[in-house]
Ligand binder design. Structure first.
Ligand SMILES: NC(=O)C1=CN([C@@H]2O[C@H](COP(=O)(O)OP(=O)(O)OC[C@H]3O[C@@H](n4cnc5c(N)ncnc54)[C@H](OP(=O)(O)O)[C@@H]3O)[C@@H](O)[C@H]2O)C=CC1
Ligand SMILES: CC(=O)N[C@@H](CCC(=O)OP(=O)(O)O)C(=O)O
Length: 342
């Protein structure tokens, strides 16, 4: 059994991890932390876990994390980077759901995240956990940088076009919408029911911290610089990301065949039939990214629609997928669940 610790078990991605890990046949949940709820049975806070998780929350400093085989950090940015080195030295593998190890350029990371990096040497060795790109490196990772939610939907949508070299790399556009759980469980005015339940807005247009992460992945696939415009939106739903991606075609290609071939062996990417319009509810609570590719009215423009559940393929599900790869389990173990909506 894989002994697992979860730091940040009271947050949205933390409880989503617990939902998935509690039913994982190879996992033994060992420690689940909370600073404010130490001592409280986890199932008292989350009744959906009654009978499935019988641990109590423990304060992070009291958790025997060094006894685990792997520790997930479902914490704000800047926490994992301070603890990962000690854990790795103790032989514990680290999966960070935050952004501490995602950006290889430390100066760039510090600019976007507004803090000094505490473990640049671990960024160097960390593996970016997008299995559809890095599966082989993930197997031996000691530090795993789980991708961001928008970066997962946008990269999976753009990658086939970029890898095949069939679009103008200077003018890629990603227009993405997220449910409110993407902002986490902490209290903030803009996610109050009265603020977010009946409104729709773009944000971060001058620059969002996921821009450098997406660009890093696309540049790697292209082998050259790319021009990317990324505009996130907050939409009145709880879970889900819908990314609409635009690019100018530079060669004539069978787009449907291109996407079907690229993802034929991927268990968690579903390329829909030509002409489809994926809905976020079709992936709710599942680890699947559903993609449709369009060429409107035969123009030289390609439009890609990519949907995920931000808490699953965009966070906890992808983290469990990565754990499965790191520990030699079947990649779908604990994740072979159907979406909860039609
Ligand atoms: N929400 C989403 O859709 C996605 C989130 N992410 C990333 O995953 C991480 C977690 O996000 P999310 O679950 O939404 O956030 P939440 O705000 O919902 O939860 C954060 C958790 O971190 C714990 N925590 C906060 N500060 C500390 C600290 N100093 N030391 C230890 N634990 C701490 C909190 O627990 P307590 O206060 O009880 O200690 C809480 O359980 C973030 O980095 C986020 O950016 C990534 C992809 C998608
Ligand atoms: C709707 C919403 O607010 N979404 C968050 C992004 C989600 C997230 O948690 O960011 P990471 O994946 O980098 O951790 C935001 O735009 O800041």
């Amino acid at each position: 059994m894989i002994k697992v610790g979860v730091v940040g078990g009271t947050g949205y991605t933390g409880v989503e991890l617990l939902r998935l890990l509690a039913r994982h046949p190879q996992v033994s949940l060992t420690a689940i932390t909370s600073r404010g709820e130490a001592g409280l049975p986890v199932a008292d806070m989350f009744p959906s876990l009654r009978g499935r998780v019988d641990l109590r929350f423990v304060a992070p400093q009291d958790a025997a994390l060094d006894q685990c085989d792997v520790v997930f950090f479902a914490t704000p940015n800047g926490i994992a980077m301070k603890q990962a080195a000690e854990l790795v030295a103790a032989g514990v593998r680290v999966i960070d759901l935050a952004a501490d190890f995602r950006i290889r350029d430390i100066a760039e990371w510090q600019k976007w995240y507004g803090m000094e990096h505490a473990a640049p040497e671990l960024v160097e060795e960390a593996v970016y956990g997008l299995p559809e790109v890095n599966r082989e490196q993930i197997r031996s990772a000691r530090v795993l940088a789980n991708p961001g939610c928008y970066p997962t939907a946008v990269q999976l949508g753009f990658l086939p076009l970029i890898e095949a070299g069939v679009v103008d790399l200077g003018h890629l556009v990603a227009d993405a919408k997220s449910g409110v759980s993407g902002a986490g469980r902490k209290a903030e005015v803009h996610t109050l029911f009265a603020e977010a339940a009946d409104s729709f807005k773009a944000y971060g247009v001058p620059g969002h911290r996921h821009l450098p992460e997406i660009r890093q992945g696309l540049v790697r696939a292209a082998g050259q610089q790319v021009g990317l415009t990324f505009v996130p939106h907050l939409t009145p739903m709880i879970r889900g990301i819908h990314a609409t991606l635009y690019a100018k075609l530079s060669s004539d290609v069978d787009l449907q065949a291109l996407y079907e071939k690229r993802y034929a062996a991927e268990p968690f990417v579903d390329v829909l039939p030509a002409g489809s319009h994926p809905e976020t509810r079709s992936v709710r609570a599942s680890n699947i990214c559903r993609i449709a590719v369009h060429r409107p009215q035969g123009q030289d423009v390609v439009v890609v629609l990519s949907v995920i559940d931000n808490l699953v393929k965009g966070a906890a599900g992808q983290a469990v997928q990565n754990m499965n790869i790191m520990f030699g389990c079947d990649e779908m173990l604990g994740l072979d669940i159907v979406p909860v909506s039609p």
